[in-house]
Design a binder for this molecule. Structure first.
Ligand code: EPU
Length: 435
């Protein structure tokens, strides 16, 4: 069995270039299905979720070539529109293939993996939005099957040699700014014969980057980064080359690692503007932060003692839910009583049990965790329950007394190229081992 072994009590110090973003790369890879021309993505993170997305794209008929951080996808023809359960089960975000598959072929189907790790994660917003675009969708027995009555219309247009026009405006309102639903709808709308206005859209930088990629491919999109996005779909989109933005969550993880260990960290290839929500919180906790927007670096120097804070996770530009578990580790070390309210996912406190076993004093009531700071954490053997919980456990190991082991690395590898490699570069006493 593989595990990360980490010895606590050493300050994290040094420089690191942050990997490309998982949550940007996945929808950008899906968007390659919208064109029959090649799409090249630079600086793709070499992580498990990207490998699963490559397999899904190959399964539907795309040619996918991966050379280090570069992935070339050419979906000249799409031969399968029903995604295989064994791949979908590995990555819940396979749902973002629905929009591009429907837009390109008029058909898409997949079954849903059972169980859940951070919450129920329904798909009602995806389904309602795609229905508003004219697709008929059946959700039965854990499967979602969609097809397009519009497809018949498009074929007819082509037969009579007409050109579909941007006609009536379809309006879609998302009751919650779901990242995945916004991405799915953006992709489906970009290759449609409609004008679509999405309100209540997600404002995450990863959504903005997907929108920019679609613009490069020829889509007409306004309002990216705002809660109202207008798309005037086109008949065809062209290939493109894009560089994936840096991973905000990996950057935040290593900044918090610096904060909890009393360290000094300089991160390169990071956008301080996109990372503003976490920088603001770390600054309030007493960290000294400097950054350079043009040169894309962030420098963090930890204070002698972190200050307590109350944080609520929210969609961007709020504090990201994906850093909640890591922040909790830092609050275990801060002076005073802190609180975290998790408002994005309903079951994202699974790391609490592991932290308590290490000596943390945390109580949870519903969506709110109260953390009594100043704890001396003790090393333990820990089992990652999901990606970010696993990352938090590694951070807990960095700031506890003794040698901790974190198992279930398959969760951590879904999102981090190598936490042990990166933290080793920052001076941590850490290694990956095999039992
Ligand atoms: N939701 C619904 N109905 C829907 C869709 C979402 O109720 O149809 C709810 C979800 O249950 C959740 C909330 O809306 O409570 C937010 O979900 P969202 O759709 O925004 O999340 P996602 O698209 O499934 C992406 C990231 C997650 C990140 C969330 C929130 C990717 C591939 N995943 O997920 O990343 O936590 O946005 O920012 O982009 C991670 O990297 O560890 C991770 C889980």
């Amino acid at each position: 069995m593989e595990y990360i072994e980490v010895e606590g009590g050493h300050a994290i110090q040094g420089e690191l270039a942050v990997q490309g973003s998982k949550n940007a790369a996945l929808p950008m890879m899906a968007a390659a299905l919208l064109t029959s021309q090649p799409v090249v993505l630079e600086r793709c993170p070499q992580i498990e979720d990207v490998r699963v997305m490559c397999d899904l794209l190959r399964y539907v008929g795309a040619e996918v070539e991966q050379q280090g951080e570069q992935i070339r996808i050419c979906a000249k023809r799409i031969s399968n529109t029903r995604l295989p359960s064994e791949l979908v089960a590995k990555m819940r975000s396979s749902i973002i293939l629905m929009g591009p598959l429907l837009a390109r072929t008029g058909k898409a189907g997949m079954c849903f993996p059972g169980g859940c790790v951070i919450g129920a994660r329904p798909i009602d917003l995806h389904v309602t939005g795609l229905r508003r675009l004219g697709y008929s969708i059946a959700v039965e027995e854990g499967c979602v099957l969609a097809e397009s009555p519009l497809q018949a219309g498009r074929a007819l247009w082509q037969k009579v040699g007409g050109r579909p026009q941007c006609g009536a405006v379809s309006r879609i309102h998302l009751r919650f700014p779901s990242v995945g639903a916004t991405e799915n709808l953006l992709m489906a709308a970009a290759l449609s014969q409609q004008e679509i206005v999405i309100t209540g859209a997600a404002r995450e930088p990863e959504v903005r980057q997907l929108g920019r990629m679609l613009q490069q491919m020829g889509a007409e999109i306004e309002g990216l980064g705002s809660e109202r996005i207008r798309i005037c779909g086109c008949e065809t989109l062209q290939g493109t080359t894009c560089r994936v933005m840096s991973d905000r969550i990996a950057a935040g993880t290593y900044l918090i690692a610096g904060a909890v260990t009393g360290g000094d960290v300089l991160l390169h290839h990071v956008d301080p503007v996109d990372n503003f929500p976490v920088l603001q919180v770390l600054e309030e906790m007493g960290c000294h932060i400097s950054c350079h927007e043009k040169q894309q670096w962030i420098h963090l120097r930890a204070p002698e003692m972190l200050k307590r804070i109350s944080v609520v996770t929210r969609p961007h530009p709020g504090f990201p839910t994906d850093l909640q578990a890591m922040l909790m580790v830092a609050l275990c070390k801060a002076g005073g009583v802190s609180s975290i309210e998790e408002t994005v996912f309903e079951d994202r406190f699974r790391h609490v049990e592991a932290l308590r076993r290490m000596g943390a004093r945390i109580t949870v009531q519903g969506s709110r965790a109260t953390i009594r700071g100043g704890s001396r954490l003790k090393a333990a053997d820990l089992w990652a329950t999901d990606l970010r919980a696993g990352a938090a456990m590694v951070l807990a190991g960095l700031c506890s007394e003794g040698v901790s082991r974190v198992y279930n690395l398959e969760h951590v590898r879904r999102g981090y190229e190598s936490m042990s490699r990166d933290l080793l570069a920052l001076g941590a006493h850490i290694k990956e081992c095999l039992d």
